[in-house]
Design a protein around this ligand. Structure first.
Ligand code: IPM
Ligand code: MG
Length: 364
């Protein structure tokens, strides 16, 4: 691994994964040409695609490739053949959970930004959406996802366990981010019921003295789910456990009109991984209709993490350009949609031609 972005492992995964990743790679290629970067991309198997060929949702060879690269770009994981079979011993999602664990990716960062030109698509009223700009820090390698599991006949159990250090390390990242933003951190938990949530509160309370400029608030997950719809602009930085973060981030994604717009990055002790928040959308697979923007915006996050700021700004402004000009897939342009691959073409052309959206506030 180096501090430069050179070797990128690409995990297309399942369903629409290969299609949205192909568009993100077009964009990356265009950035590489424009700025004279050499990105070496190598594709490896994960998920159902890996099970079909190797029997294993995360072959060792994939793990090694990820560990040896500078960044990982992932499409999507999941296949209805397994969803509909509760007794399947091997499942595609195991590949995703395992790679997160293997790379030590304890912090999943999910920014929720709204593009004004899409606000009419939201199911919420425009005034509710005014000023929405938040980022969710979801713990990604602990909690109920990774606790001991058992199934004996009709009795099943999933243990939810957290240790203080697992909370501290993500809370510190979230505090620091809040300090760089509007100075507000909200811990979402269920401390009125769960011991693990009470530990989260203890730790966040202890840490807050180190961040005097950050104002801390607490919400129970049930109330938070309601607040996300009632008054989403109250949120700046959210920090939360694995499962609550999974749920609240899907909920937050509809604020912007489509789950197809939300990117994410995961950081921790190893190679960082970038992936859209959405799933594998099997009904759309192979039809060239999926929205590639979440994956393309995940590439933007990747470029930013490697301090390629101008490059990242280029990607963001090209995405904004396409949004403003209605060059969009069916989820966000049901009346006159274009194809997934066409969106990829338009975004990469906009990068080349330096087309800049007014939304983004930059004039050509
Ligand atoms: C996500 C997904 C995954 C998760 C699934 C596919 C295992 O929903 O990244 O949000 O629950 O973490
Ligand atoms: Mg999810």
């Amino acid at each position: 691994m180096s501090n430069n972005l050179e070797n990128i492992t690409v995990l297309e995964g399942d369903g629409i994964g290969p299609e949205v990743v192909a568009q993100a790679l077009k964009v990356l290629d265009r950035i590489g040409n424009k700025y004279h970067h050499k990105f070496a991309v190598s594709k490896h198997l994960i998920g159902a695609a890996a099970i079909d060929i190797t029997g294993n949702p995360l072959p060792d060879e994939t793990t090694q490739a990820c560990k040896a690269s500078d960044a990982v770009l992932l499409g999507a994981i999941g296949d209805p053949r397994f969803d509909n079979d509760p007794n399947a011993e091997v499942r595609p999602e195991q590949g995703l959970l395992k790679i997160r664990k293997e790379l030590g990716l304890f912090a999943n960062v999910r920014p929720v930004k709204l593009f004004p030109a899409l606000s009419h698509l939201s199911v919420l009223k425009p005034h509710v959406l005014d000023g929405v700009d938040m980022v969710i820090y979801r713990e990604l390698t602990g909690g109920i996802y990774f606790g001991e599991k058992s199934r004996v006949g009709d009795v099943a159990s999933d243990l939810c366990k957290y240790e203080a250090y697992e909370i501290d390390r993500i809370a510190r990242l979230a505090f620091a981010e809040a300090g760089r933003r509007r100075g507000k951190l909200c811990l979402i938990d269920k401390a009125n019921v769960l011991d693990t949530s009470r530990l989260w509160r203890d730790r966040v309370n202890k840490l807050k003295v180190e961040y005097p400029d950050v104002e801390v608030s607490y919400l129970f997950i049930d109330n938070a789910a309601m607040q996300m719809i009632l008054n989403p602009s109250q949120f700046d930085v959210i920090v939360t456990s694995n499962m609550f973060g999974d749920i609240i981030s899907d909920e937050a994604s509809i604020l912007g009109g489509s789950l197809g717009m939300l990117p994410s990055s995961s950081a921790g002790t190893g190679t960082r991984l970038y992936e859209p928040v959405h799933g594998s959308y099997p009904q759309g697979a192979g039809k060239d209709i999926a929205n590639p923007m979440a994956t393309i915006l995940s590439v933007e996050m990747m470029l930013r993490d490697f301090e390629m700021t101008e490059e990242a700004d280029d990607v963001l402004s090209a995405v904004s350009y396409c949004i403003e000009h209605g060059l969009l897939t069916q989820d966000i342009n049901p009346d006159s949609p274009i194809k997934c691959s066409e969106v990829g073409d338009h975004i990469s052309n906009a990068i080349l031609e330096k087309k800049v959206a007014h939304d983004f506030g930059v004039i050509i």
